[in-house]
Ligand binder design. Sequence first.
Ligand SMILES: Cc1cc2nc3c(=O)[nH]c(=O)nc-3n(C[C@H](O)[C@H](O)[C@H](O)COP(=O)(O)OP(=O)(O)OC[C@H]3O[C@@H](n4cnc5c(N)ncnc54)[C@H](O)[C@@H]3O)c2cc1C
Length: 265
Amino acid sequence: MYGRVESTTRVTPAMVRVVLGGEGLAGFATPPGTDAYVNLAIAPPGAPYGPVFEPAEVREEQPQEWWPARRRYTVREWDAEQGLLTIDFVVHGDEGVAGPWAAAAGPGDVLVLEGPSGGYRPDPEADWHLLVGDESALPAIAASLPHVPADRPVVVRVLCDDPDHELPLETPGDLDLVWLHRAGAADPAGLLVESLRGLDAPPGRVHAFVHGEADEIRQVRRHLLADRGLPRADMSCSPYWRRTMTDEAWRRVKRDFVAAMESDA
Ligand SMILES: Cc1cc2nc3c(=O)[nH]c(=O)nc-3n(C[C@H](O)[C@H](O)[C@H](O)COP(=O)(O)OP(=O)(O)OC[C@H]3O[C@@H](n4cnc5c(N)ncnc54)[C@H](O)[C@@H]3O)c2cc1C
C-alpha cells in the first residue's frame, strides 16, 4: 500500500504534517485504536526500485543495502470519505530517515506503508484519563482526546521544546493540560515524571496512555505502578524511540529494555 503526498504543513518548528491520498490507499482499514500506527518503508537514496514497491519482495530480491528502512508512525487522522491519511512527523534535525524524509517531502512524493494496527482507546468506563508523552506521542494523544467521554476528567502532560512547539488539543472531556518545556529545564528528561509526582489526581479508576522516549517513559511507568498503585491493565505504555539510537539500533535492544522495564514494577 502507498500514499501520494497531497500536502505538507509545518505545524510547529519541529513537526511536519503530511497528508497522503490517492489510489494506493484503496482498502486502507479504519484503525481500531485511537493510537493506531502504520509501518512506513522508506527506500535508501538511489535504490534500484520504486517509488512504489512491496517491502517483502524487496527484502527477498535485493541485497540488504537496498532494503527499505522501517519506521512506525501514528495515524493522526484517517478521512475515509476523502481517502486521506494524515501523519505528523517530528523533525529532529538532519539525522535519521523518516524525519528528514518528511522535512523534504512535497506533493506527488510516494510513501509506502503497511497497517494499521494499534490497541489503545480511551476506556469509556474509566473515571478519569491520563495521557503522557513527548512530541512523538502527540499525534496519538491528539487523536485519542476526542474519544474521551464528555466532562470526564482528562489529565494531559506533554513534553516539548518551548511554547512554539505546542499544538491545539481538543476533547469533550474536562481537560487539565500542561505543556512541559525542555528549554531552560535543569533535567528535561525528568520533567514528565516530576509533573506527575505533584499531581492531585481525580478520584476513581484511571485509564493511562504513556508513550514516548524510552528512558522518560520508564520513569513515568515506574511512578504510576509503584507509587500510585495503578494496575498494569489500566495503562498502555510503550517506548516509541530511544535517545541517541536510530530505530534500527533501538529495535535490536528493545525487547531486553522492555523486559527490564517490566521488572521495575
Ligand atoms: C507505535 C509508534 C508510533 C509512533 N508515532 C510517531 C508519530 O506519529 N510521529 C513521530 O514523529 N514519531 C512517532 N514515533 C516515533 C518514531 O518512529 C521514531 O522517533 C523514529 O526513530 C524516527 O525515525 P527517524 O528515521 O526520523 O530517526 P532515526 O533514524 O530512528 O534516529 C536518528 C536519531 O534521531 C533521534 N530521534 C529519533 N526520534 C526522535 C524524536 N522524536 N525526537 C528527537 N530525536 C529523535 C534518535 O535517537 C537518533 O539519534 C512512533 C513510534 C512508534 C513505535
